[in-house]
Every structure is written in C-alpha cells, then in structure tokens.
Ligand binder design. Structure first.
Ligand code: NG6
Ligand code: CA
Length: 515
C-alpha cells in the first residue's frame, strides 16, 4: 500500500514538473514574435513613394516605412528571382548552387530537403510556418505528374502550409497548388505540362496571336491561357486554371486566413506577391488607377494588398508582437516580354530611382531594392543607409527566436534590423544571371564580363564591360564615373576581397558559361 502511495506521489510530482516545463515552454513560445515577410516580385527601388516615386502613389508601403526602418542600402541576393529566393530561404549565396537560376515551371526542387532552411529553423523554435504566393524554387524531382500530390516542395522545405503558384505568372502551369495538390483539378481532365514541345492542336501565342488579349514582345509565345500567352506548354486541367485578374485577391485572402488561423501560436508567414512581374493583370477595380498602364496599376494593387494585410494584423491584435519585413526579389524591368503599355505610359516615372541598370543587371538597380522593417512599439522610425542583405534574414531571425542555427553566408544583423545598431555588412557579393560582383563599404566592383552591354529586349544595361568597373557609391550612386584606373589601390583591394569570397581566381570566372 505504502509503495502504491509513494509511486502515486512520485508520479504526481513528475507530472506536475512536466506540466510546469510544458507551460513554461508554451508561455515562452507565446512571447515569441510573429514574423511576416512581404516579398514583392520585380519591385524597383524607385517604385515606392517614400523611396522617391512621385508619379506613383504607394501610401501603404510609405506608412510602413515611415513607422519603421527604411533601408536605403538593402539588397536582394540576385538581380533575378530564383537565386534571390534561394538565398532568402537558405542563407547561402545562390552562386554556390549551380541550379539556382531562373527556373522553368517544370524544374525540380533546387533546395536540398535535408537543409535546415529558414522555415525549418523557425519550426524548431516553435513556429507555425506558411507561404502564400510565388514559389519559383522548383517542385518534385523531375517529370512531375501534376495530377498527384507534387512533392518535394514547400512543405518538405519547411512550410507547414503552402498555397503557391509553381513558378511565375508568365510560366505554365497556370494553377495554384495547396500543400502540393493542384487546386480544383478533376480526374476527367488531367493537367499536362511540357517545356520542350506543344501538345497536338493546342493554340500558341506564336501561331494564334488573334487569341491573345495581351501580345508577347519577346519569349512568352507558347500556350495561351486566359487569353495571355505564356512560357511553356500545357494542356487540360481547365477547372484548375487561375484567373490572373483574381490572383492578388486570392493570395491576399489565403494570407489573411493563415494569420487568423494561426494567431495563437508564433507564426512565420512568407507572403510572396506576384506584382509587378509580367503579365501585369491588376483586378479591374485597379485597372487605370495609376495612369502608368498595368505595371503601375499592379503596384497600386499590391500596395493596397499590403494595407489589407496590415489591417488584418491590427484587427487580430497582433501588431505589437509581429516583426514585418518588406522587400523585393530583384530590381525593376519595364518591358519584360509583353506589350502592356509599360514603356509607352512610363512618363517621368523611374522604377530604378537614382540607380543604374535594373533587373538582370550587376549595376545597383538590379539588386538594391526597397527594404523595410516594421514592428509597432519596438522599432523606432528611422532611415538607415547601413548595408543589409536579404541573405542576412536567416541568421538575424535565428537570433530573434533563440536558435543556434547558422547558415553559410548569413550575418546576424538583428540589431540593425531593429534599429539598435549601425553595424551592417562590410561586404556583399551580388549576382545577376550567373555573374557576380562585389559591394564593399561604399564601393562597388564589377569585374569584366563578355556579353552585350545592354539587353535590348528589356532595354537594361547589364554591367558587362571589357574592363573592371569601380564606383564610389557615396559620390556616384548612378555609377557613371569608373575609378578603376584612377584608384589602383582600391581596385586591387576590391579584387582581392572579391576573389577571396568567391573562392575563385577571376580568370576562371571568365571561363564560366554565362546564362
Ligand atoms: C525571363 C523571362 C522574363 C521573366 C524572367 C523571370 C523571357 C524572354 N523572359 O526568362 O519575362 O519571366 O525570366 O523573372 O522569357 S523572375 O523575376 O522570375 O526572375
Ligand atoms: Ca522577380
């Protein structure tokens, strides 16, 4: 009898200890801040009012920046989408992974599922993790059957919940996937995707321009869906195909639902908007709102979406316990392959702001993008010219959430992101279509690359030159004055730093195939 009582007492004590520990874990977890990462597609430095745009009004982005920190030297890791997103989620420079290039919609997943990605690291810290919007990091392992669950994908990379488009709005398949399943698909009408050849008797933008409400300018002349020609071929899956004009409401709605559903647990939401990437298809209620054509309208629409999302956080009482980070995957492009009046109606608007180049470019406008952090009551409003990169979010959010995890190229700049320190990055490698360049303190070095100086299709200077380009950004933010010859010491120092980080002799880089 005594033994039984003693066992019961011991069990009770043990149980209560476990309970205490559990409840302390719970209360610690509930104190952990939510993290909302708002990520635009192709939004330029000069596309935001508070960054200098006057022809375009972005009141919601401006409000966020005015009440948070507006970084003026914030960088994406690359001047194109896939590599930037790869770096964002892994904390690893994209040039370390040869697959981190602009991907077709049929590409396999390029993130190793064994990697402790940003969302996996946050999951270890007790977070629920979700993504809504653009993925563009590949799905499956090759030869995807879109009529079964597509895996591995975002769920296997660390997102508990995923509502995504596979690649880009201009690529097939033009469907949404929710946790790996194509949404709205019926077995009677399977979806097929091919990037090599068309399916029999299916119209294309090339052969059937009369079926297109938006005409292609370069590329984008394969399958037609919603009267818009795309990159890649597809057939079937009619009940699952998205309506482009409803896309922003769809992604926003899913993001809002996600917040409401998971507000009682610390959560990480990666809200990856599709704007203002092509094809620019604002909802009719925004059409014509900017006077700049669909590109401007799409930015106004996206700005509205950000306002709605912030409103949801406020209504749910989450603003004081949520760190909001807003940025863009690469710099701007005006004509990216469709005739959509972006060029004709641009007027005085400068999507690149005071910077040179744009998307695809090693000049500043390729990777220097809007970058804002906001946390009600925690972050004092300010403007910061400290150099930060999206690649640093991994280590910084690890620090925020108490994780010991590290990533190869990510620096802990949490104090900078919270406005408590001015010690940013000293140096940063940026990437653009498989080429790399160095930013170090206020200097920028672009090594010599073969290839055209300008991509005439998109009308953007790429940064290719026969000579080293060296700029002092403090004095020459538009990169007009090449100091390579007049500052030989600085040039030498920059080349040394660049080659050291790249772990490669520049002569070898020159031999690399450029894509
Ligand atoms: C390019 C496309 C461009 C865009 C880009 C990816 C052509 C000619 N151009 O290859 O329209 O889709 O890829 O953009 O096809 S990104 O923002 O996802 O990197
Ligand atoms: Ca992009």
């Amino acid at each position: 009898m005594k033994k039984i009582i003693l066992t019961a007492v011991t069990a009770t004590i043990l149980l209560s200890c476990t309970n205490n520990r559990q409840s302390s874990v719970n209360s610690q977890q509930s104190k952990k801040p939510n993290i909302v990462l708002i990520y635009f597609d192709d939004l330029g430095y000069g596309d935001v009012g508070i960054y200098g745009a006057t022809a375009l009004k972005t009141p919601n982005l401006d409000k966020l920046a005015q009440n948070g920190i507006r970084f003026t030297s914030g960088y994406a890791s690359s001047a194109t989408c896939t590599p930037s997103r790869y770096a964002l989620l892994t904390g690893e420079y994209p040039w370390r992974n040869k697959s981190a290039k602009i991907l077709p919609g049929s590409a396999p997943l390029i993130i190793d599922t064994l990697k402790v990605t940003l969302p996996k690291m946050l999951k270890e810290q007790g977070y629920h993790t979700g993504i809504t919007g653009k993925w563009h990091l590949g799905l499956g392992v090759g030869n995807v059957d879109w009529n079964r669950r597509v895996s591995p994908g975002p769920n296997e990379v660390g997102f508990d919940y995923a509502f995504i488009m596979a690649a880009t709005q201009d690529r097939t398949p033009t469907v949404y996937l929710e946790n790996g399943n194509v949404v709205g698909l019926t077995p009677e009408d399977p979806l097929e995707v091919n990037y090599e050849k068309n399916f029999e008797d299916e119209p294309t933008g090339l052969e059937n321009p009369e079926l297109c409400k938006m005409m292609w300018h370069h590329g984008h002349n394969n399958s037609i869906h919603n009267d818009i020609p795309r990159i890649g071929f597809q057939r079937g899956g009619k009940s699952a195909l998205w309506i482009d004009e409803e896309m922003s409401d769809t992604f926003l709605g899913k993001a809002q639902q996600y917040i409401k559903k998971h507000k009682d647990q610390p959560f990480f939401l990666y809200y990856a908007l599709q704007q203002p990437h092509v094809p620019r298809t604002p909802h009719p209620r925004f059409a014509g709102s900017s006077g700049l054509g669909p590109r401007g309208d799409a930015i106004i629409e996206a700005d509205w979406c950000v306002g709605e999302l912030m409103e949801t956080l406020e209504q749910e009482g989450l603003l004081e316990n949520t760190l909001v980070i807003l940025s863009s995957d690469n710099g701007p492009v005006v004509n990216d392959g469709y005739y959509d009046e972006a060029v004709e109606k641009l007027g005085e608007h400068k999507p690149w702001g005071p910077l040179r180049g744009g998307k695809y470019s090693l000049f500043e406008a390729g990777t220097r993008i809007p970058f804002i952090t906001y946390w009600k009551g925690k972050i004092e409003p300010s403007v910061s010219d400290v150099m930060v990169s999206q690649i640093d979010l991994y280590a910084s959010l690890a620090a925020l959430t108490g994780s010991e995890r590290k990533a190869p190229d990510s620096q802990d700049l949490l104090e900078v992101f919270l406005g408590k320190s001015q010690e940013g990055r000293k140096e940063l490698i940026i990437e653009a279509t498989s080429r790399t360049a160095l930013r170090k303190e206020n200097w920028a070095l672009i090594p010599p690359y073969k290839g055209p100086a300008i991509n005439n299709n998109v009308n953007i200077e790429l940064g290719n030159s026969e000579k080293y380009l060296l700029f002092n950004l403090d004095k020459d933010i538009n990169q007009q004055d090449n100091l390579a010859e007049t500052e030989p010491e600085k040039l030498k120092e920059m080349i040394e730093t660049f080659e050291k980080i790249r772990g490669i002799d520049f002569q070898e880089i020159e031999q690399l195939e450029l894509k």
